[in-house]
Design a protein around this ligand. Structure first.
Ligand SMILES: [Zn+2]
Ligand SMILES: [Zn+2]
Length: 235
């Protein structure tokens, strides 16, 4: 079957994300667009994932619980979990590795933790768009050891990407790759290339969703489908 997926989206927890983009609104918008597998991937934190889990359940969307990790080299990597509690544990680990620099909301934006209803229940003090203390190679290894999917984000972007910051894509056992424009003019080691919306505003949700051929709608089905890599990008 063909499944519409979008594995890269932010919420109001990311300082660069709109305050209006709550996890619940993300899920509702995705549902309206027929997205069946959806990930929330805030920068270096998992704290809006509990609200996202509830919202996806109500919207009958298959959720992936993600974090967009910013490595020491300033490269963005999506680390996506099947289980909320595994993502929360990994999120705490990544937040702990961030330097002790606090967010200035006037400069960078708010870092709101919200509930299902979108009410602000807290905020993260540390600046979430700092580079964390984990290297690119280590985040790939750490994610895989925790049974997560590891997907280098927007590899063809001119900043915060493997190709721009490392100069090449190391040959590592990624679950897949994410690019903005296709084809990618670089050696991608035969990996499946996905597109993701990287939505920071409600109107960006679904803008780069893609379609994956899957045997079954499950985490193991997704892993298998990423290995065989039958993706289409527009319909
Ligand atoms: Zn990014
Ligand atoms: Zn992003």
């Amino acid at each position: 079957m063909t499944v519409k997926i979008d594995l890269h989206n932010h919420s109001c927890l990311s300082p660069c994300g709109s305050d209006d983009l709550t996890p619940a609104l993300l899920a509702v918008e995705a549902m309206e667009q027929g997205i069946q597998i959806l990930a929330l991937t805030d920068h270096n934190s998992a704290r809006n994932l509990p609200a996202f889990a509830e919202a996806c359940e109500l919207c009958e969307i298959f959720p992936l619980f993600g974090i967009e990790v910013n490595t020491i080299e300033d490269v963005h990597v999506l680390v996506l979990f099947a289980k909320l509690e595994d993502a929360m544990e990994f999120g705490s680990f990544i937040e702990f590795l961030l330097p002790p620099i606090n967010n200035d909301p006037h400069l960078f934006g708010n870092q709101h933790i919200v509930n299902l209803e979108g009410e602000v229940t807290g905020k993260v003090e540390k600046l979430l768009i700092s580079t964390s203390g984990i290297s690119f190679n280590d985040v790939i290894e750490e994610g895989l050891s925790r049974d997560a999917l590891v997907i280098p984000a927007h590899i063809d972007r001119s900043a915060n990407s493997a190709l721009s910051n490392l100069g090449f894509l190391p040959d590592l056992p990624y679950s897949a790759l994410e690019a903005i424009r296709l084809p990618v003019a670089s050696d991608t080691h035969g990996k499946t290339i996905l597109t993701g919306s990287d939505a920071h505003y409600l109107q960006h949700v679904g803008r780069r969703a893609c379609y994956l051929e899957m045997e079954e709608l499950s985490y193991s089905g997704l892993k298998q489908a990423l290995e065989s890599g039958k993706v289409t990008y527009r319909r």
